[in-house]
Design a protein around this ligand. Structure first.
Ligand SMILES: [Zn+2]
Length: 113
């Protein structure tokens, strides 16, 4: 359950930003995960909530966006999304691919007052 470790890391960032921005409370946190991170949103939500309990982010809504895995073929330069673990180019069939999206893990924005 790496959600717990990730929730801890991200909550530290959220609270750090909130204190720098002098927020009195955090109302919403928008987070993006690449599909390869394999986060379970419900578990993450729970873990995050536990981590920020009794802080200024305790009531913050959490919005999780999952970014699909996207590849670029090194042979024909085609870009495509992976949706069924078929790791070959949809155009030429090459398996010489670069991952251009899917490993992200970041806070898109923090809302507060
Ligand atoms: Zn190709």
């Amino acid at each position: 359950m790496h959600e717990i470790r990730i929730a801890k890391d991200l909550s530290e960032i959220v609270l750090g930003v909130a204190s720098r921005e002098k927020l009195s409370r955090v109302t919403k946190v928008n987070i993006s995960f690449g599909q390869m991170i394999q986060i379970v949103p419900d578990i993450f939500d729970f873990a995050f909530r536990e981590t920020v309990r009794d802080t200024i982010a305790t009531d913050a809504a959490i919005d999780i966006e999952i970014l699909p895995v996207r590849m670029k073929c090194k042979d024909c330069k085609e870009e495509f999304n992976i949706d069924n673990n078929a790791f070959s180019c949809t155009r030429c069939g090459s398996s010489d691919l670069d991952i251009i999206q899917g490993k992200e893990l970041f806070i898109k924005s923090i809302e507060g007052e």
